[in-house]
Design a protein around this ligand. Structure first.
Ligand code: GRF
Length: 203
């Protein structure tokens, strides 16, 4: 089972996937890591792990569609069975991503459907929520709106700030994303039309 990962930033979720693979807990081959940022830490991680990687700079493209179609051409060429967005900070054109619906997941740091978009930790704190979390969901044309597969939940504690919340949640993300990826790699989870998720609990 071949996976590709897109990341714009430090790539700790990518690192968690690589570590799970190295530990024998995730039976996948990494075929590509892509980024929109030449200085993304995720690219260094890919290099170290010997994973093919590429950068596509949005400034080199006239439109978002042009960018996204080139992005998916690269991913098609990689032969990936699954694409994981792990901190990829771009909105993707709905037509471009359509062929990947059902084969693309994203990790988002909120208990979706709460707090789509940015600044999720701040928004959870400002709302006075008792709980916060992260969601892995299938990607559809609706930003952070595709069917949720699984969530990790943490309590919000007195004295928490954005940083403490982000750090505590990140540790959970690092278990959630490999776990969901494994279910998909093992063919135990799939997207059902139009927006359901089917889980085969049998071993
Ligand atoms: C994570 O919080 C993830 O949920 C969000 O972006 C962050 C990426 O962190 N989508 P990293 O680059 O994987 O360390």
């Amino acid at each position: 089972f071949r996976i590709a990962v897109l990341a714009s930033g430090r790539g700790s979720n990518l690192q968690a996937l690589i570590a799970a693979r190295d530990a024998g807990e995730l039976p996948v081959e990494f075929v590509a890591v892509g980024s929109d940022k030449a200085n993304a830490g995720a690219l260094d991680l890919a290099k170290t792990a010997g994973i093919p990687f590429f950068v596509l700079n949005p400034r080199d493209f006239a439109t978002r569609r042009d960018y996204d179609f080139e992005l998916f051409a690269r991913l098609d060429a990689s032969g990936a069975d699954l694409l994981a967005l792990a901190g990829f900070m771009r909105i993707i054109d709905g037509d471009a991503l359509k062929p990947w619906v059902g084969r693309m997941i994203n990790i988002h740091p909120s208990l979706l459907p709460k707090y789509r978009g940015l600044h999720t930790h701040r928004r959870a704190l400002e709302a006075g929520d008792a709980e916060h979390g992260a969601s892995v969901h299938y990607v559809t044309a609706e930003l952070d709106g595709g069917p949720v597969i699984a969530q990790a939940v943490i309590d919000i504690r007195a004295g928490d700030d954005e940083l403490s919340l982000a750090q505590r949640l990140l540790a959970k993300e690092h278990r959630l994303l490999p776990a969901v990826t494994r279910l998909i790699a093992d063919s135990r989870l799939r997207l059902t039309a139009p927006d359901g998720v089917e889980f085969d609990g049998q071993q």
